[in-house]
Each structure stands twice: as C-alpha cells, then as structure tokens.
Design a protein around this ligand. Sequence first.
Ligand SMILES: [Zn+2]
Length: 120
Amino acid sequence: MTGARARLQRERREAAQRLDELRESFDDFVAASRDSNADDEHDPEGATIAYERARVVALTHQVREHLAQIDAAFERLDAGTYGRCETCGGAIGEARLEARPTAVRCITCAQNSRPGRARP
Ligand SMILES: [Zn+2]
C-alpha cells in the first residue's frame, strides 16, 4: 500500500484548501447581503445572494463530509485495514484507490450497492 498515506495527505490538503475558499466566499456573501437590502425579498440581487449562499453552505457540507472520510481512511491505514473492501473483505485495488483514496468498497461491491444497478 505504498503511496496511500501521501495520497490521503494530498487529498486532505486539497479539501482543507477548498474549505478555506468556501469560507472566504461565504464571508463575501455575508458582506454583500449586509450592503444590499437583504430584507427585501423582491430584490433580485438579494435572491441571488441567498441562492449562492445556500450553494456555498451545501458545498461546505460536502467538503466536511469528505474530510471526515479522509480521516476515517487514515484510521484504517493505522489499523491495517486500508484497501480492504468493507463488504466482501477483498482487496479494493490500487487503481481504484488511486482514483478514490477514500473508497471503502471494491468496485464490484460499490456497483452492486448503487441503487438501480443491483443485479437481478
Ligand atoms: Zn467488495
């Protein structure tokens, strides 16, 4: 499992950076809504700001979730279970881990667990 730790560290760095960027744009929205009349819901600009803010909040939530997955992957690395499918216990595969360092299931199990893709 060489390189897994470095990969996860890079992934965590990128996620933390994204979180910083999102925090900055959120601050911008807060400042923008303070400048415009945010109480007026008929103000088209106010509606856009509210929409954009909701989008940033949703993205922030996603990145936080991703960070939690990365932390869980680090724990698996320490426990020696990293790269093992949590469903079938088989190897997840180096190529898949390279593309998705936080994967907890092998490609077969991941596809089987996806709704609408289950085998008959
Ligand atoms: Zn599996």
